[in-house]
Design a protein around this ligand. Structure first.
Ligand code: SF4
Length: 894
């Protein structure tokens, strides 16, 4: 029997930062087997994992991995690649100065990688032109924290969501974006009746546990929270003693908030009077209230003001720093917080210090042994890529991120990189839309191979440990930067023998000349040697005695990190989004995440299981808008803005607001032919944080009137670039392809042969077909060696074939006399169609859940779980199961 080795590590996806147990079969030859479980001892998740975390073991294959350095499209040695990067950076700096080079890094990176990148650029290259994709995620929260608290401090802890009597979720689809935190909240609500308010233009899956849903007009959060603050004052709920003792700016702040009358708040937010009054009274009357906010607040041209409007309500009521209360920013990425700790943003210095503060610059420059560090901010993400496009930045190093897809005005970003004289990309994936534009590709180690630390949304530092050998010639990101630094003459400052030395240096800097003046001080960890670093348990900063007394919360003592120790109430006034709808672009575009995919799908799209829930880019649209624009459910639509367009499957839903559409952020040219929604998002940013307004764009929508629609399952990776619409996803042991076009296709037999042929098969082959040219129907079923190797269906309407059934046919052995049955495109009558998959863990479809409710009498999510198993593993689908139960519980079986 083979031995198994267990490694405690951390999930690499969202900012919840769940602990993971990775069990590796050590005696295996070839690729070792890996099993993933939630870590019951980790205080972020206590054993829970969501669908993405549960599927981590399925993402570890070396398919698509970048395994060797590449220069100008040619595999080469590390020496040549590093020499090229160093010399091109040096030449650029010599000719044009340090401002002509830049790095663009990522909240996926470990704290140690992030620290070294910032030290390299801000300390030694001599520019603050290093920004991160966290700019797109939570930089408005950083700006809001800093101007309120004097530091980028998250006051609360996850336990506050369980201790609160009221949790307000603003712009946060917690059920899909932070699923384990959602599960903790749902369990607390079940146990003691926590009231939950969801503030979101869409009725997302999170509304499943909402007592009240405020479907406000997009972008009007400042009006809403200013209205709340005015209500708190008018009804005598202000904590006057706290405001007088611990804050500045009350008079100006309440004046700004009260500038809008209640009727004007109603007019801006579009909410009903009773709904608004209900929320205001609920908040006013509930001492233990937590307001959770994320991208729906941050990704706005008024993002910083929205954060301030929320924080103002908590400061004015003194609801901060105590159990079960406070404003709570949850980060999207696994190490957005660690990046902030080491100064990952272009306007930050290491260890929560400020570029603009001369004392902070002196501390950091002395610590790093350099004469100076930059005294002004570098270019923030959107500006940075504009500078590349304008030729002001001539060499850029992109690490662990995919800006050609994720940045706004993404076609302009692609064009900028295409003409940039020198582009370096460090990544784990060989084929990305950004990697295609690189002059130098550097192969990085991936999750499972990486070793370092991450910090989650509640300031908890956890080890991400390696349990697999790095494949090929892959290397850590910190190692790559250090070796380039060596070649540029900075070797003396970058001689780390491992991540523990980097972490110790970072920890020491946090304590340098701190004396309690800065929130971040983990210098107690600075003396850690490798063994204690390796054994480090998850721990939450601050590490002081006072913090222990406050169970990890900040501001329990009413002291803040401003010069006078008082928090700043910040007067903010509502202003409309930067884009405005008009006759040409009459709809509001909202973008965001879906439950089972992560960012640009480089990892989550490797596992078929995570593509059973949603396998295609889609646009969610209200039924009345669908009718107005001639959109059919399951048809296709083109969404167009001034900067670009996408084509996506139409999903008609009452959950969408009228006048708005939602398109997910994940699809790239690697997975679909025309679904990069970043190309549609305008490059409008918040003037303080620089965060792009990805939640509000002006677009038009029209039916994409295809002449034909196709659906295929196939054993080979099908091409997508040749079709006007195509979306490819892994499915079962092969792929599924949805495609469509407006130009007639004559040679379907040839396309079937190309799509369905299995290379290498030498035995019996057969392609059966059914063609009805008059009705535009074509069906093909291919077999090799007795197995089904592919199916193709074409029709003039969206193809009504059971996707889950078709995927199950791949590799099925089918007797010759039964093969023609597959051309029907559906199960035989005695095998019911399971419908679209809802529970990815147990492959339970929507039709099966509805049958369990209607025929089986299930009346709760738990009863569906007992009946079908659905929702009993990771729990990410419970919100959708609950919705199906609610929708069908009063239907009677016939
Ligand atoms: Fe990973 Fe899911 Fe936990 Fe987020 S909630 S850290 S994605 S397991």
């Amino acid at each position: 029997m083979n031995a198994w080795t267990r490694t405690r590590t951390t999930c690499p996806y969202c900012g919840v930062g769940c602990g993971v147990l990775a069990d590796v079969e050590t005696a295996a030859s070839g690729s070792p087997a890996v099993q993933i479980k939630g870590d019951h001892e980790h205080p972020a998740n206590f054993g829970r994992l969501c669908s993405k975390g549960s599927a981590l073991a399925e993402t570890l294959s070396l398919d698509d991995r970048l395994l060797h350095p590449v220069v100008d499209g040619r595999q080469t040695s590390w020496d040549e690649a590093l020499d090229t990067v160093a010399s091109r950076f040096q030449e650029t700096i010599a000719a044009h100065g340090p401002e002509a080079v830049a790095m663009y890094v990522s909240g996926q990176m470990l704290t140690e990688d992030y620290y070294v990148a910032n030290k390299f650029m801000k300390g030694f290259v001599g520019t603050a032109n290093i920004d991160t994709n966290s700019r797109l995620c939570m930089s408005s929260s950083v700006a809001g924290h800093k101007r309120a608290f004097g530091a980028d401090t998250v006051p609360g802890v996850y336990e506050d969501l369980e201790l609160a009597d009221l949790v307000v979720l603003v712009g946060s689809n917690l059920a899909w974006c932070h699923p384990v935190l959602y599960q903790r909240l749902a369990a607390a609500r079940e146990a003691h009746g926590t009231k939950v308010v969801v503030i979101d233009p869409r009725a997302t899956a999170t509304c499943e546990i909402a007592d009240l849903h405020l479907a406000l007009e997009p972008g009007t959060d400042v009006a809403l929270f200013n209205g709340l603050l005015a209500h708190l004052q008018a009804t005598g709920r202000i904590d006057d003693a706290f405001v007088a003792r611990a804050t500045n700016g009350w008079e100006d702040t309440i004046e700004a908030a009260a500038a809008l009358s209640f009727d004007e708040v109603i007019a801006h937010t579009g909410l009903r009077r009773e709904t608004l009054a209900c929320f205001f009274e609920l908040f006013a009357g509930t001492e233990r209230a937590v307001t959770v906010f994320s991208q729906g607040v941050n990704q706005s041209s008024a993002g910083t003001d929205k954060v301030s409007a929320i924080i103002n309500c908590h400061l004015a009521t003194g609801r901060i720093g105590r159990p079960g209360m406070g404003p709570f920013s949850v980060t999207g990425q696994p190490n957005a917080m660690g990046g902030r700790e080491v100064g990952g943003l272009a306007n930050m210095l290491a260890a929560h210090m400020e570029l603009e503060d001369p004392a902070h610059r002196r501390i950091v420059s002395q610590f790093w042994g350099v004469s100076s560090v930059p005294d002004r901010s570098g270019l923030k993400a959107v500006d940075l890529f504009e500078a590349i496009g304008e030729g002001r930045i001539k060499a850029v190093w992109i690490m662990a991120t995919n800006p050609v897809d994720s940045l706004p005005d993404a076609d302009a970003v692609r064009a900028a990189l295409a003409q940039c004289p020198f582009v370096v990309v460090s990544d784990v994936t060989a084929r990305t839309d950004t990697a295609e534009l690189a002059d130098v590709l550097l192969p990085s180690i991936a999750w499972g191979e990486k070793d370092g630390t991450v910090t989650n949304s509640e300031r908890r530092i956890s080890r991400q440990r390696s349990f697999l050998h790095p494949p090929g010639e892959t290397r850590p990101d910190w190692w790559q930067i250090c070796r380039v630094a060596d070649r540029m003459g900075f070797a003396h400052a970058f001689q780390y023998i491992g991540p523990h030395e980097i972490f110790a240096e970072h920890a020491a800097l946090t304590g340098t000349e701190n004396d309690g003046t800065r929130d971040l001080d983990i210098s107690a960890l600075a003396s850690m040697l490798r063994d204690s670093y390796n054994a480090l348990e998850p721990l939450q900063w601050p590490l002081t005695e006072t913090a222990h007394e406050a169970n990890g919360r900040f501001f329990a003592d009413g002291k803040f990190f401003t010069p006078d120790g008082r928090a700043n109430l910040v007067p903010v006034r509502y202003r409309a989004a930067a884009s405005s709808v008009d006759r040409e672009f009459p709809m509001v575009l909202n973008t965001g995440r879906i439950r089972d995919q992560w960012h640009t799908m480089t990892r989550t799209a490797k596992t078929p299981r995570l593509l059973t829930h949603i396998a295609e880019p889609f646009v969610e649209v209200h039924p009345l808008d669908a009718a107005e624009y001639g959109l059919e459910p399951a048809g296709l639509a083109r969404i167009t803005s001034r900067s670009g367009s996408v084509v996506a499957r139409v999903s008609v839903s009452e959950r969408q607001r009228r006048g708005s559409v939602f398109v997910p952020m994940h699809w790239t040219d690697q997975h679909a032919s025309a679904a990069r929604v970043g190309a549609v998002v305008a490059a409008n940013t918040d003037p303080i944080s620089g965060q792009p307004e990805s939640k509000y764009g002006a677009v038009s929508i029209e039916a994409f009137n295809a002449a034909w629609y196709g659906f295929a399952v196939t054993s080979i990776e099908p091409p997508i670039a040749t079709y006007e619409y195509a979306a490819r996803a892994r499915a079962g042991i092969g792929y599924r392809l949805e495609f469509a076009g407006r130009a007639p296709v004559l040679a379907w037999g040839d396309i079937a042969a190309e799509l369905l042929t299995k290379p290498g098969s030498v035995g019996e082959r057969q392609i059966l077909s059914y063609c009805d040219e008059g009705h535009g129907q074509y069906r093909f079923a291919a077999f090799a060696d007795g197995e089904c190797i592919g199916l193709l269906f074409v029709a003039r309407e969206p193809v009504p074939v059971s996707r889950s059934w078709a995927i199950d046919q791949l590799s099925a052995r089918v007797a010759p006399q039964d093969r023609r049955h597959l051309l029907a495109g559906r199960p035989s009558q005695d095998v019911p169609d399971q419908g679209a998959i809802v529970c990815a863990c147990f492959s339970v479809g929507a039709n099966e859940i509805v049958r369990a409710v209607v025929d089986g009498g299930c009346r709760t999510t738990a009863e569906v779980g007992q009946c079908l198993g659905a929702g009993t593993n990771c729990g990410s689908c419970r919100a959708e199961i609950g919705r199906l139960v609610d929708e069908h519980r009063f239907e009677t079986a016939v």
